[in-house]
Design a protein around this ligand. Structure first.
Ligand SMILES: *Cc1c(COP(=O)(O)O)cnc(C)c1O
Length: 356
């Protein structure tokens, strides 16, 4: 049996770049995609020859397992360009490992690390013009895997497709978000798939989030499914609380996604001498801190928005407004992370990964 080789990517270049039709100063997140995409199929028990081709619609049979049983996992990462045109990823090993952890939980095959890096790097070099320099500009990268076997028996598929698509993202000032602490609905449960970046975790949040939006909130902070007493994460972001000058964030467990931004903020807090406790955080504690004025900040962390400050939360019909303070930890972490990502500061932990 001849093994396929990640170095033998078959490349079909797009004949007409779309780049001149794109207004880079006016980008809506996730709407526009670059000229190329990376595709690799899993068939006959192995990953086949990888391909890069023009971004295009795909033909998948309606009986493909992904449409019926949601066998789908994804990642979210970004590429950055410095003023000298060098391109960087941020801790990409974390994403590669995590997509395989997610895949394993959904009974999907592991995508080899050499394929992941070779595919991603080749794609980024081809579409490098789409990465604009300047802090805040980036190229959002979406690797994902879907079950493609055309047969609707309820069991893991025999064939899969790994795909990477990329979408330019604009520097944006994110408005602080208003959040609701979950009291009824849950995002994940013990022994479930909450720690995996599984497509279905998102589908399950849309309805409760739409109810929260009708009440004037942007997002839900999920609580533990059994008691709804402990704050866990925001569903696209991990969450930090600042009481006095101390940060608190929930520990990882099988209900919470192990965010790269979260673990980077925990490390940066250590570097900056900011105390950060990783422990259970109760709703009661946060409400008490909001009442006595010791709750200084709440912010979310995730690749897409980096750091999102929270301006208000609601629980059991009590609404608490959080004044946005000057010199917040949120803005400190955001600028520190962006400087590392854009090659503007020392990278003492080796988080930058240059695409050569
Ligand atoms: C992707 C994601 C995050 C953020 O993870 P990062 O690695 O920091 O981007 C947080 N929570 C959930 C549920 C996610 O899917």
């Amino acid at each position: 049996m001849t093994e396929t080789n990640p170095n033998e990517i078959v490349i079909v270049k797009s004949e007409n770049s779309k780049i001149n039709t794109v207004d880079f100063s006016n980008l809506i997140f996730g709407r526009v995609f670059t000229d190329h995409m990376f595709v690799c199929d899993f068939e006959d028990g192995k990953w086949q020859t990888p391909q890069i081709m023009p971004y295009q619609a795909m033909t998948i049979e309606p009986s493909a397992r992904v449409f019926h049983y949601g066998q789908a996992v994804f990642e979210g990462m970004k590429a950055y360009k410095d003023e000298n045109g060098k391109i960087f990823l941020f801790r990409p090993n974390e994403n590669c490992n995590r997509i395989n952890k997610s895949a394993a939980r959904l009974a999907m095959p592991k995508f080899p690390e050499d394929y992941f890096f070779k595919g991603l790097e080749t794609l980024l070099r081809l579409d490098s013009e789409w990465i604009k320099p300047g802090v805040g500009n980036s190229l959002y990268i979406r690797p994902f895997v879907i079950a493609t076997e055309p047969a609707i028996s309820a069991s893991p598929a025999a064939s899969y497709r790994f795909i990477i698509i990329c979408s330019p993202a604009k520097a944006y000032y994110n408005e602080p978000v208003r959040v609701l602490f979950a009291e009824k609905y849950s995002r994940s449960a013990d022994g479930g798939v909450g720690f995996a970046k599984a497509a279905g975790n998102y589908a399950a949040q849309f309805y409760p989030t739409s109810l929260a939006q009708k009440k004037g909130f942007d997002q839900i902070i999920w609580t533990d499914a059994s008691s709804h007493k402990y704050l866990e994460e925001a569903g696209t972001m991990n969450i930090f609380f600042r009481i006095h000058d101390k940060l608190i964030t929930a520990p990882n467990n099988d209900r919470i996604l192990d965010g790269v931004t979260r673990k980077s903020v925990i490390q940066l807090a250590k570097d900056l001498g900011i105390e950060c406790e990783v422990r259970r955080v109760s709703v009661k504690e946060i409400k008490a801190a909001a009442k006595d004025g010791s709750l200084k900040e709440i912010f979310g962390t995730g690749t897409a928005a980096v750091i999102s400050p929270v301006s208000a939360f609601e629980h059991a019909d009590d609404v608490f407004e959080i004044d946005q303070i000057k010199d917040s930890y949120a803005s400190l972490f955001k600028s520190t992370l962006l400087d590392i990502q854009h090659n503007l500061s020392d990278d003492k932990h080796g988080w930058r990964y240059e695409i050569r």
